[in-house]
Design a protein around this ligand. Structure first.
Ligand SMILES: *[C@@H]1O[C@H](CO)[C@@H](O)[C@H](O)[C@H]1NC(C)=O
Ligand SMILES: *[C@@H]1O[C@H](CO)[C@@H](O)[C@H](O)[C@H]1NC(C)=O
Ligand SMILES: *[C@@H]1O[C@H](CO)[C@@H](O)[C@H](O)[C@H]1NC(C)=O
Ligand SMILES: [Zn+2]
Length: 544
């Protein structure tokens, strides 16, 4: 083996630890290299209070200008994992082109929402977010460290012991909603134990502790730090979620069990968490449905049970373009069952829906798959806007972080969004309208020259990688702001540029639940007359 091959293999080995898409070089080594002149974040950022105060001050300010009325009984938050602003522009173009038009003038379902803002996605210890620290921000209302879920930045990643201190624990907006008597649910196309959905119900010093063996293999006491799948079934608020739909069956079954699709479980503690979930619901005398295929999901639509657990794949759901449409539900179909199940609570609900594989496709430089997963998200949002009234239901669509896909060149109007740029490069070698700053699509340059990627054997296939500048086994996230689209009560509170950790506070404000200020109990519109009355009364007393 040449030295070069050894180095490449060593790099791959590092990146594979934990998660194929998110190598653990994130945060650690890079930070050390930069440490010399790097100012540290404020100590206060390690506390929950810092981010709560930051959000409440912003809400106070914005509420004074807001003309919003009413109360969001229902709230649906849609999250496109890695759905950067260029991803939106390219996806809408692809959508239009698939319909036979030029494409650029097309619109994703949520792009017509009345309010749009930008959220700042950095985390406490990292300029560019991973999906765990960002999920903690947009679901629990406080920024934290990269790789950490549901805990403040006082907990270093991997540190189980630090996470036992309850002052570091954060409650998610699902817990706030349930405490208010509403129902809550979660839907994703990734493993249900993956970072974004786990932000709703888990507290974990490491996002990769999805099943028992991933905790114990790091010599962590599993009696103290439970794996994420276990938390979903047995800890609050996971054990109160009415709807749980996604992938990741293997994290729930023992490695001695083979599931309905012939896939083996991965747990080594012998526990069958699906059976435990079932017996728990049975002991509550509730109706329930555990399902693993599309026909069971469709059957449940007619008469949704009290609780539904759907795990449609051993790991992540397949990409929509590659899925067997007869057995795998779409994000839109899962969203429909979720809303129809949760809608029965008269007090309302909170639902989190993630199109999680936009991120994975970008990490592999698979532009078409990333755009198609974005279009799937647009379809799912359409289901929600059709089922829920603008009068009483708030819908928020956003992303956790960006990616480094660029939409570039001087392609003519209507040019194939997945094709080569019609502009010319200085070296006269073709380049794509969509390419990446880094990732596995980086091509070797044997003679120092770029190669013509349009001559690749699989050029045009959905798993053809667009070209990238910097070679990396997995393309990285981007640090740019991401869009926030809002429709429904108090949508105008979501305009502006703000910290991502404000999002759950803003949603709870609109819904009148949770720890902060509520739209329906406060605000100038109500306070002014009361104040006037007090002043008038005092004047009268003084005259007497
Ligand atoms: C299941 O896990 C146990 C404990 O780690 C291990 O000894 C056993 O070989 C595994 N079985 C299979 C079929 O992988
Ligand atoms: C469930 O139903 C059984 C029999 O009807 C009853 O004895 C039990 O108390 C019920 N449990 C709960 C939690 O309601
Ligand atoms: C779908 O799952 C149900 C059990 O929930 C099973 O009875 C049925 O055979 C499955 N259908 C297919 C097509 O695998
Ligand atoms: Zn990612």
């Amino acid at each position: 083996m040449t030295l070069r091959v050894v180095v490449v293999l060593a790099l791959c080995a590092c990146a594979v630890r934990g998660d194929r898409y998110h190598g653990e070089d994130v945060g650690a080594k890079g930070a050390a290299a930069n440490a010399r002149q790097r100012p540290a974040p404020l100590e206060a950022e390690r506390t929950k209070q810092f981010w709560y105060d930051e959000a409440q001050a912003a809400i106070e300010k914005r509420a004074r200008r807001s003309s919003g009325q009413g109360k969001a009984k229902n709230i649906v938050m849609f999250l496109g994992d890695g759905m950067s602003v260029p991803t939106l522009a390219a996806a809408r173009t692809l959508l239009g082109q698939r319909q036979g038009r030029t494409g650029e003038e097309s619109e994703l379902s949520f792009e017509s929402f009345p309010s749009i803002g930008l959220s700042k996605t950095y985390c406490v210890n990292q300029q560019i977010a991973d999906s765990a620290c960002s999920a903690t921000a947009y679901l629990c209302g406080a920024k934290t460290n990269n790789g950490v879920l549901g805990l403040t930045a006082a907990v270093p990643r991997y540190n189980c012991e630090a996470s036992l201190d309850t002052s570091t624990h954060l409650d998610s907006i699902a817990a706030w909603a349930i405490a208010d008597g509403r129902d809550a649910g979660v839907v994703t196309t990734t493993r249900i134990t993956h970072a974004s959905p786990a932000g709703l119900y888990a507290k974990a010093a490491n996002r990769n502790w999805e099943r028992d063996e991933q905790v114990t293999s790091e010599n962590v006491d599993i009696g103290q730090c439970r794996d994420i799948a276990h938390q979903l079934v047995h800890h609050y608020p996971g054990n109160e979620l009415k709807v749980i739909l996604g992938g990741g069956r293997r994290e729930f079954y023992p490695n001695t069990t083979v599931d309905g699709e012939g896939r083996r479980g991965r747990r080594t503690d012998g526990r069958n968490l699906v059976e435990e979930w079932i017996s728990q619901k049975r002991s509550r005398n509730a109706s329930y449905s555990y399902q693993w295929n599309k026909s069971a999901l469709k059957d449940a639509l007619a008469n949704p049970p009290d609780y539904v657990l759907g795990l449609f794949q051993d790991t992540h759901l397949p990409y929509h373009m590659e899925a067997d449409q007869t057995t795998k539900p779409t994000l839109a179909e899962m969203t429909e069952l979720a809303i129809k199940t949760l809608q029965r609570n008269e007090k309302g609900f909170f639902l989190f829906v993630e199109s999680g594989r936009i991120d994975h496709a970008h990490h592999d430089n698979y532009a078409e798959l990333a755009l198609d997963e974005t279009i799937q998200m647009s379809e799912a949002v359409k289901v929600a806007t059709d089922l829920l009234s603008e009068e009483d239901s708030l819908i928020v669509v956003t992303a956790d972080h960006a990616h480094v896909m660029s939409f570039n060149g001087y392609t003519e109007r209507g040019g194939d969004i997945l094709g080569r740029s019609s502009g010319s490069a200085d070296d006269s070698v073709p380049y794509m309208t969509i390419s990446y700053t880094n990732g596995p699509g980086a091509r070797p340059r044997p003679e120092g020259e770029r190669i013509d990627v349009t001559a690749d054997n699989n050029y045009g296939a959905s798993r053809w990688r667009s070209h990238a500048e910097v070679p990396r086994s997995s393309e990285t996230h981007g640090g740019d702001d991401v869009g926030v689209f809002a429709r429904g009560p108090h949508h105008d509170m979501f305009s502006g540029v703000y910290e991502q950790s404000q999002l759950p506070h803003l949603m709870a404000y609109a819904g009148c639940f949770g720890p902060g200020k509520h739209a329906c109990s406060a605000g100038p519109a109500i306070h002014a007359p009361i104040l006037l009355l007090v002043v008038l009364t005092i004047c009268q007393i003084l005259r007497l």
